[in-house]
Design a protein around this ligand. Structure first.
Ligand SMILES: [Zn+2]
Length: 94
């Protein structure tokens, strides 16, 4: 019984788009952000301090965006709850 290989990546990036290639494994990326995430995760041990700093900065930005999304979602749920309670009270009072 042979172990199934999970490391051979297959990709098909159209060449007419601007392509950012990984300097360590030549894997193409459509956006530099994806390449920064790829280097920060796959090539964490060999990447330069600058690349690691870029990865940390992008990850902090993403965590902040996720936090903002959670706050917005919580406020939306609270406002919906408040609105229905208010309408219910109005109907019950009228
Ligand atoms: Zn790579």
């Amino acid at each position: 019984m042979f172990a199934e290989s999970v490391t051979d990546l297959e990709y098909d990036v159209p060449q007419d788009d601007p392509v950012e290639a990984c300097p360590y494994c030549d894997r193409p990326f459509r956006d530099e952000t994806y390449r920064i995430y790829h280097i920060g995760t796959v090539h964490e041990a060999v990447c330069t301090d600058h690349e690691r700093a870029m990865f940390e900065a992008h990850r902090e930005d993403e965590e902040f965006e996720l936090f903002t999304f959670h706050v917005k979602a919580a406020v939306t749920v609270f406002m919906t709850y408040f609105m229905f309670t208010f309408i219910y009270a109005l109907v019950w009072a009228g």
